[in-house]
Design a protein around this ligand. Structure first.
Ligand SMILES: [Zn+2]
Length: 119
């Protein structure tokens, strides 16, 4: 591989990384929206949360990678996986532990104060 090709590839990689960082910074925060049932149409940057008597039940979120899949999170019971959801005064969502899709895009991320941090 020529010196020029290697340099070009290194430049392309660093531009891609810079683009990813900028895109993540400009992306709106993910906020909690309480709903009575799962919406038929999900909008990006929203974590829809249904309730049951003693707290949050399920969460629905468009995968933040942009693949278009809906992520289903369960916030109650003993079965795993099970997550905890919180939001701050501005509605920005935090979910623990990390979310890791085992199929499709295999996205793995932590959602903290409405921001996605890729793992
Ligand atoms: Zn995805």
């Amino acid at each position: 591989m020529s010196w020029l090709t290697k340099s070009w590839q290194a430049l392309a990689r660093s531009l891609e990384a810079a683009h990813r960082r900028l895109r993540d910074r400009l992306r709106p925060d993910i906020r909690v929206h309480m709903v009575t049932e799962r919406p038929t149409q999900l909008r990006p940057h929203r974590l829809y949360v249904t309730r049951q008597a003693d707290g949050p039940a399920f969460g629905f979120l468009l995968c933040p990678c942009g693949c278009g899949e809906t992520l289903h999170l369960r916030f109650f019971g003993e079965r795993r996986p099970r997550w905890q959801v919180r939001h701050d005064a501005r509605g920005r969502a935090s979910v623990t532990p990390s979310v890791w899709r085992q199929a499709g895009c295999r996205s793995h991320f932590i959602l903290t104060s409405g921001r996605v941090r890729w793992c």
